[in-house]
Design a protein around this ligand. Structure first.
Ligand SMILES: Nc1ncnc2c1ncn2[C@@H]1O[C@H](COP(=O)(O)OP(=O)(O)OP(=O)(O)O)[C@@H](O)[C@H]1O
Ligand SMILES: [Mg+2]
Length: 264
């Protein structure tokens, strides 16, 4: 257990404001899928941006593979809540753009095959030459996922990647993501608001609390608890509810969100 990604004593204050969170430490092992769950405003996106190198913490360090994360890198694939595709480029061109930034020397036919492979992986081959405006929300989100995977990042950072999708599409893409992650043994850090999604996908679930004020004493937000998912790794959405331990786990997380995650 070396800790592929190490987050040590992270704190973040914006401007002169009091810290959103403090003393945030956790590790991710290679190939591990970790979800973070917590109410709006507790600082989840801020943490993800720091891990991505897109924002700096006020205190603490992030180490990936023993090296400090100090800026954005193609070693980390990020999927934002909005899909963030370039609207004037087709699916193929959007992904090719990312692949070319990663491997500028790649030959045209190799590039083509590489792009097609990742588009096929998310089931979008028939739409490969369409522009984002011609795709549904779920399809756009899949392009974002294909793009993140196509640069073979050392880890994936996902900020509520399915937040805007209807339940049915969400389910399909969750299953797809899980299959791809298992296949490629990706290391994933994902933000979600959806308890079942966390239970389906994550090996461990970080429960994050909001900063709170009590009798004029302010306590910054932080990781209140790390829950290890006891369910066997081979799980499906349909089968989740029948698994031993599912309800205990779900109740524990919901209970945290309702009673402990923020001061009332
Ligand atoms: N650029 C910024 N400048 C000032 N304050 C910010 C900035 N970005 C975020 N914040 C504040 O930091 C806190 C945490 O924001 P963050 O976006 O990390 O929350 P979150 O947990 O991702 O919430 P949500 O679930 O709504 O996405 C919020 O109070 C927010 O107002
Ligand atoms: Mg957020």
């Amino acid at each position: 257990m070396s800790g592929f990604l190490k987050i040590e004593q992270l704190a973040k204050a914006y401007g002169g404001a009091r810290p959103v969170f403090a003393d945030v430490s956790f590790t991710l092992e290679k190939g591990e899928f970790v979800c973070i769950i917590g109410h709006s405003g507790c600082g989840k996106t801020t943490i993800l941006n720091v891990l991505a190198g897109l924002d700096r913490a006020s205190e603490g360090v992030v180490l990936m593979d023993g090296r400090e994360v100090a800026g954005p890198s193609l070693e980390r694939g990020v999927v934002f809540q909005g899909h963030a595709l370039m609207p004037w480029l087709t699916v193929r061109q959007n992904i090719a753009f990312a692949v070319r930034s990663r491997w500028p020397e790649m030959k045209a036919d190799e590039l083509r095959a590489h792009v097609e492979k990742y588009v096929a992986m998310v089931g979008l081959s028939p739409a490969i030459d369409k522009k984002p405006s011609e795709l549904s929300g779920g399809m756009k989100q899949r392009v974002g996922i294909a793009r993140a995977f196509s640069i073979a990042p050392k880890m994936l950072l996902l900020d509520e990647p399915f937040g805007a999708l209807d339940a049915l599409t969400r389910g399909t893409i969750q299953d797809e993501l899980m299959a791809i992650v298992r296949q490629t043994q990706q290391t994933v850090f994902m933000i979600t608001h959806d308890v079942d999604e966390a239970i389906l996908l994550a090996d461990r679930i970080l429960l994050m609390s909001n900063g709170s004020e009590h009798e004029s004493t302010y306590t910054p937000g932080g990781i209140a608890e790390v829950v290890v998912n006891p369910l066997p790794r081979e799980r499906t959405r349909a089968g989740l509810h029948h698994m031993d331990g599912y309800y205990e786990l779900r109740n524990h997380i919901v209970d945290f969100l309702v009673t402990r995650a923020r001061a009332h």
